[in-house]
Design a protein around this ligand. Sequence first.
Ligand SMILES: [Zn+2]
Length: 284
Amino acid sequence: MKTSNRITKTALLPALLLAVLAAAACGRVKSVPLHQAFSFDKIDKSASVLPKDMVVGDHLVTYDETNLAGKLPPARPVQAITCGNPELKRVAITIDDGWNTDMRILELLKEWDIEWTAFLIGGRGVAESNLDLVRAVRDAGAEVCNHTYSHYVMSGKDHAFVVDELWRSQEAITRVTHEIYPYTRFSGGAYDNACLQWAAEQGFWMVNWTVSSGDTSKGVTVDFQVNNILGNLRPGAIILFHFGGYNTYEVLARVIPEIQRRGYEVTSLSRVLEGTPFVLRAPD
Ligand SMILES: [Zn+2]
């Protein structure tokens, strides 16, 4: 279990000031998983003198809940990501959508103290209208990233449509988490060069996957899914799951200990991207 040391506002301010000073001193902000250190819900934001937004390691913390566009620096180099750092023996668990979420998945990951990454849909009854789900996902150890607002296929859509999809979904998530990770995933992993560029201009790298759990295939068996993941395992692998997928809970429960037995750290997207160019840097 994670330590639940909730830091009070008076204790938090010096801590944040130290973080900012340290950042100024060494040019980069030390990676502190803030969402694990305290609860944003406990902070009186109206009285807060915290900076309006700040880069903390791999993500941006903001107390603005709307009009987030422009807060992230452009994501460079422009590239769709399908694998993390091959030099690190880590693999990322990524779980998509948010429809029909099997809550046992969240309980399992929380109980096993796994860091992982969620790509939540903004609309369609998910993040925007189910804040409790966003909160539960974050509290289960996830970096919560956006999976567009409508979950429509983005290829062929125009600039305004794609940009709106990114920020509407991000705002729904950030309303709860107060965080923005510089990653997005589109429906079906489908994108064209135009939307790849537009997402990058907005600060998001397109993140697809190295291996799929196959949990969108009706009739698939747990044995097949587990063997397929283990057969395609490699350092930096990004594994795709779905909250409402076939056998997703059962596969996670079996495959995580197997992956760990092979000497890998089972973790989040940010952890497998460490040491690559695909990480957030504080804007000048
Ligand atoms: Zn999806």
